[in-house]
Design a protein around this ligand. Structure first.
Ligand SMILES: Cc1cc2nc3c(=O)[nH]c(=O)nc-3n(C[C@H](O)[C@H](O)[C@H](O)COP(=O)(O)O)c2cc1C
Length: 246
């Protein structure tokens, strides 16, 4: 199985997204998958200009000559697409969204109604299904902060000609994995083990059980305690004129 992962965090390898995404990828590799991670912030990806030249004037070819053609080729070769993005204002990061918008060049203008929903058929003869998985983290503590991004991921999988939603691995209070590693090592280990196991399961069964999707979100700290500690830390950083380290 070929797994193509996208990391849409501008913090790339410094961020929580990469920690959980790469733990999943290690699991997938241990089960025999061939993997590649694209760090979107490193790529030259211009915004879609909405001209539709890629549909009509020169089908399949965007007016922008940048790294998107290479990314579209990688997507074509993949069996599983993993979208790793932190929650930014309740959705995907701008980097991830810019990449997603540019995928329109890989579709055709015609409309196909399948399973009661409109899709644009994919360009070219090849029609294989690609599973789509969301891996996300956020700053707040409630799991419902992921509702909009999960909804968006499901909608993209329905809209994408060859897409099929696989699930979502979401980690609230992303900072807790680092903050609590000495205080609650067993809790942090269980969460990371669940991300690893999800990688194994995705490759060996083609899906991820509800149990593992729950386990990656397991609370490591109460909401009240997290809010109190976070606010205290923010006040200290403001007083000392420091920023977050990673
Ligand atoms: C511009 C911006 C918007 C954010 N919006 C949200 C948000 O709506 N909800 C939330 O829980 N966290 C939000 N966060 C926090 C990030 O999701 C969190 O810091 C996450 O760990 C960042 O991922 P990274 O470590 O991979 O960069 C936001 C952070 C930034 C910089």
């Amino acid at each position: 199985m070929k797994v193509l992962a996208f990391n849409g965090s501008p913090r790339m390898k410094m961020g929580v997204t990469d920690k959980i995404l790469q733990t999943f990828i290690q699991g997938a590799e241990s089960a025999g998958a061939e993997t590649e991670t694209v760090y979107i912030a490193k790529k030259n990806i211009k915004f879609c200009s909405g001209c539709f030249n890629c549909w009509f004037k020169h089908p399949g070819k965007c007016i922008h000559d940048d790294d998107m053609m290479e990314i579209r080729m990688k997507i074509k070769a993949a069996d599983l697409l993993v979208f790793g993005s932190p929650v930014y204002f309740d959705g995907f990061t701008a980097q991830m969204k810019a990449m997603l918008d540019r995928l329109i060049a890989g579709g055709m203008p015609f409309i196909e109604v399948r399973d009661g929903h409109s899709r644009h058929p994919s360009r070219g003869a090849e029609k294989k299904t690609r599973k789509m998985l969301l891996i996300s983290t956020c700053g707040f503590g409630e799991k419902d902060n992921f509702d909009p991004i999960i909804h968006h991921m499901k909608a993209i999988a329905k809209n994408f000609a060859t897409g099929e939603y696989m699930g979502a691995l979401v980690r609230p209070v992303g900072s807790s994995l680092e903050m609590l590693k000495d205080e609650n090592p067993a809790g942090v280990k269980n969460v990371l083990d669940a991300f690893f196991q999800a990688g194994v399961e995705a490759v060996t069964t083609g899906g991820i059980s509800d149990k593992l999707q729950e386990a990656v979100s397991a609370p490591l700290i109460t909401l009240e305690e997290f809010v109190a500690r976070a606010n205290q830390m923010f006040q200290t950083l403001i007083t000392q004129k420091k920023s977050l380290q990673n």
